[in-house]
Design a protein around this ligand. Sequence first.
Ligand code: GLN
Length: 549
Amino acid sequence: MTSFVFITGGVVSSLGKGITSACLGAILEARGLSISMIKLDPYINVDPGTMSPFQHGEVFVTHDGTETDLDLGHYERFVRTAKGGRNSNFTTGRIYETVIAKERRGDYLGATVQVIPHITDEIKRSIMKGAGDADICLVEIGGTVGDIESLPFLEAIRQMSVDHGHDRVVYVHLTLVPYIATSAEIKTKPTQHSVKELRSIGIQPDILVCRSEKPLPDEQRKKIALFTNVREDAVISAYDVDDLYKIPTIMHKQGLDDIVARQLRLDLPAADLSEWDSIVEAKQNWQTEVNVALVGKYVDLRDSYISLREALLHGGIHTRTRVNVHYFDAEQIEEQGDGCLHGMDGIVVPGGFGDRGIEGMIQTVRYVRENNVPYLGICLGMQVAVIEAARNLAGLDGAMSTEFDKNTPHPVIALITEWQTQSGSVEQRDEQSDLGGTMRLGAQAISLAKGSLAATNYGKTSIEERHRHRYEVNNNYRARLEAAGMRFSGTSVDDLVEMVEIADHPWFLASQFHPEFTSNPRDGHPLFIGFITAARQHHEGAVLRVAEA
Ligand code: GLN
């Protein structure tokens, strides 16, 4: 029987509720439990697929192709048994969509359809679907307590302890305990208020996780416990740390997993956090460092590339290399040239949509190709690599993706409907009117050419990786590009290009899929490990060249 842990947040947003939930999942998993994780988002979009990365950060794609909140990325990076998918992320929009569809079908038999019980019942049903048969299901509720939008979700989770019994439900509340520098005081009042708010809707938290700059002094811990009716040992201090991957151990040391086990009456084996300890150890003992440039268009909001940044760091953990990620706006390279890239040991062009900065990305590919700098292109980063090769190696002037130029003479990247029917022409303009749900999404099988850089890095020729894109390499151009030096080293079952490389280059690899979604700190990912190893070699070569000069 599955038990539930609900995580709510109070005082302010951006306290790291996603990370806290993921870390709690990690330590419970380390006690031998299987975990499922759900994110409930109070906004009205049906899914985050159509939301701008500028506003909402990255869209995380699960194995089954669901476009989800970036918190699901944290879950997968921290918890092995938590396999995110269609039933792991529910928004208000999606809940209402289901309820309205049922109402239209007449499922409610003429009843007046209301927030309580119809919306709340649907939320509970969704939680049960997402929980699967895991020992523990962790449910994170987006937003902060007190938001109008969160109310139906909070009401639903309140009911769950009545439905299932309080020994199968744990309420965790995350708050902020600020330090006021002018009076040198730690303030517990916002936490008291937040818990009061939560109790006014009928939820008494069992555990408080208090975010603060420094570890919470005992005196404040006592005070919070007293005012919030939470046991003193269940007031956990989540102080700022320089390394995310230290958090599971910090929480475990304060007994967070024991408190959950106690409440759920579970008799569990001791926690094995040795893998987390070795990650922290690796990060404290770097052998060398590399500078990696990320040339994209959403560089102002770091959360837009959160999985990618993490995957690069995982590559570093597994090669004992400190990875300094430098963000560059592709548009700036377009305007000011590639000078900022000089000295970089590796360059990544990540995924993206829309034409802003495209020429800057193409210029970046030219730079890495001509200067033998390791290159990792992801999705759009592969498409620009193909465009660059078409223009500068195959002499196809004006080559472009039809996403950015409908009238290009050489549509080397185009919608399948454009190139399959018209043999390279771009007649069938398929303006997507409904932007939600028109993409190639989720994990698909890919075969890699024997002896290719791709196959060498993966150490095998059959892989599975996640996709999120509309446009594809136009197969009508493959022969010409191959003749010019581009190698198509990965293809899908339906013969779409999945990976390209340039043979005459130390490490040039680009993929149509998103390897960053399947990297985690404990296992790393072969492409990122390979890329960072190549960047390391580049770095060592550069150091040698300086020494010789
Ligand atoms: N915009 C490109 C496409 O739709 C690339 C998408 C991406 O990089 N995720 O195919």
